[in-house]
Design a protein around this ligand. Structure first.
Ligand code: ADP
Ligand code: MG
Length: 486
């Protein structure tokens, strides 16, 4: 997508801060549970409530997940990092501070490669990723005139991933957010569920004159929880800033909130500087040390990542970059593909079926691939029956529909058998049919023999009609050529 001229003489600069909720069974510094949807305040212990005399204990599983992420983005993993207190007052923060990492985060500089809509790749810098605990939730619409506090989320482990200001459009920002979701799912460090708040994004947006190297003053729009809203909130903010600057105003650094109903961002507060948070190392926690042995064990257990997988699909299975990108975009799709292709023995044809018939069927019924009504093994068998000539590609579509709509899971061979769909490859049988058709259509035979090549298609059509589409097209071709020869 070309952005030239899209915002006149202006160009936007965007940096995202994404909060990734790490999927651990207990909290960052306490043993309380983290299950989603539990009864309010049923998963908050004395540590989460900040009662006097309690001490935080670092959740090692959360640390390991952060390290996995660091390795996946090619970042330096800091084997020595520090937890700090970030001080502010808010009703859903009982301690009066959040434990976070400030100057020495666990994950340093890395990068993420995006594939843009035009197929071009772009590497986006990740400044850092640090561990922290989440705050509780203030609920304003439960008790009239009052605010209710649910502390179940207080203390939940978060990895905050901070990008460089290198995203150049709302679409690029959304692509980056999607790529992060895909990655954390591959790494199995977060369920990636935006609707449940497992990933939330703050969008920093500024504009500058095209070609300038300086950054403009930015605003930060908080807590965006869908891919669509990321695009909409940023688009709105770019237009708003252009309006302010073109009418002679200035942009103030502030925190804004996106309202999806009104499709606009609104000022929440003028921005605190980090000074306002009075960061200092948490005296209750020792430095976080990741030993060589721990780091090596995590490195050895790394799964194959989407980029590597994509290259493998292109190089060893002969897929196009475009198809490979679609198949690796989310781990469930990739898992399905692997399972189907293993049975099929033909990656390219399996990919065609997944991105064609299967994708269409899933779309039609708004299903995720994990709920597909055709199992990957069945799709693999279907591909086998096409490649071994038992059925044609056209008949395979019929078989696919039968498999899809069956009450009980059926095997491909059972459907082919029951419906009598086996491809007719016996040249003797086809010859008999061809003879009959030639005898019944002397005019067309005459035309063909006088050089009217187009009539050949008519004969193919007649044979297919007579065999209900079951004749092997290659055999039909061969027999017709031989019999029609003058
Ligand atoms: P904080 O928001 O906590 O003060 P930073 O100043 O480090 O933290 O910036 C956070 C995010 O803002 C980063 O993602 C960064 O890329 C982005 N950012 C910083 N300056 C700008 C700018 N002028 N325009 C757009 N994004 C920016
Ligand atoms: Mg910020």
């Amino acid at each position: 997508m070309s952005n030239a001229g899209r915002w006149g003489e202006w160009e936007p600069v965007i940096g995202l801060e994404v909060h990734v909720q790490l999927s651990t069974s207990s909290k960052m510094f306490s043993g309380a549970g983290t299950a989603f949807g539990a009864a309010p305040n049923s998963q908050a212990c004395a540590v989460d409530l900040g009662l006097p005399g309690v001490l935080p204990v670092i959740n090692r599983a959360a640390v390991h997940k952060a390290v996995r992420f660091g390795l996946a983005i090619g970042a330096e993993v800091n084997q020595h990092s520090i937890f700090d207190r970030k001080n502010y007052f808010y009703p859903d923060l009982p301690k009066g501070y959040q434990i976070s990492q400030f100057e020495q985060p666990i994950v340093g500089r890395g990068s993420l490669t995006l594939t843009l809509a035009d197929g071009e790749e772009k590497s986006v810098g990740i400044t850092r990723a640090h561990l922290e605990e989440d705050a509780g939730k203030s609920i304003h619409d439960l008790v009239p005139g009052k605010t209710a506090i649910d502390l179940n989320r207080a203390g939940t482990p978060l990895l905050e991933v901070v990008s460089e200001p290198e995203l150049g459009s709302p679409e690029e920002a959304a692509a980056y957010f999607r790529k992060l979701q895909s990655l954390v799912r591959y790494l199995e460090i977060c369920d990636g569920n935006l609707a449940q708040g497992s990933m939330r994004c703050d969008a920093n947006v500024s504009i500058r004159k095209r070609g300038s190297n300086e950054l403009g003053q930015r605003t930060e729009t908080k807590n965006i929880n869908s891919f669509r809203f990321v695009e909409q909130a940023i688009s709105y903010e770019i237009e708003r800033q252009i309006g302010v600057l073109e009418s002679g105003g200035t942009i103030v650094q502030e925190t804004r909130l996106y309202d999806p109903d009104a499709d606009e961002t609104r000022s929440m507060r003028t921005k605190e500087d980090s000074d306002d948070y009075r960061y200092f190392p948490d005296p209750d926690l020792l430095p976080l040390i990741v030993s060589d042995a721990e780091l090596n064990a995590i490195r050895d257990a790394m799964p194959e990542l989407p980029e590597a997988r994509k290259q493998r699909y292109i190089e060893t299975l002969g897929l196009t970059a475009y198809d490979a990108e679609l198949l690796v975009a989310d781990p469930d799709t990739a898992r399905y593909f692997e399972a189907a292709a293993a049975v099929a023995g033909d990656g390219k044809l399996t990919a065609n079926w997944m991105l064609g018939e299967l994708a269409a069927a899933l779309n039609r019924e708004e299903l995720e691939i994990g709920s597909s009504k055709v199992a990957p093994e069945a799709l693999g068998e279907l591909v086998v029956r096409i490649t071994d000539g038992t059925i044609s590609g056209k008949i395979a579509k019929t078989v696919f529909e039968k498999l899809w709509s069956a009450e009980q899971p059926l095997t491909v061979d059972a459907v082919i058998e029951a419906e009598g769909l086996t491809q007719l490859s016996d040249s003797g049988a086809i010859e008999t049919i061809v003879d009959e058709i030639i005898a019944a259509n002397p005019k067309q035979v005459e035309q063909f023999r006088n050089g009217k090549e187009k009539v050949f298609g008519f004969f193919v059509g007649q044979v297919m009609k007579a065999t209900q589409g079951k004749a092997n097209p290659a055999t039909v071709n061969e027999v017709l050529r031989a019999k029609l020869a003058p």
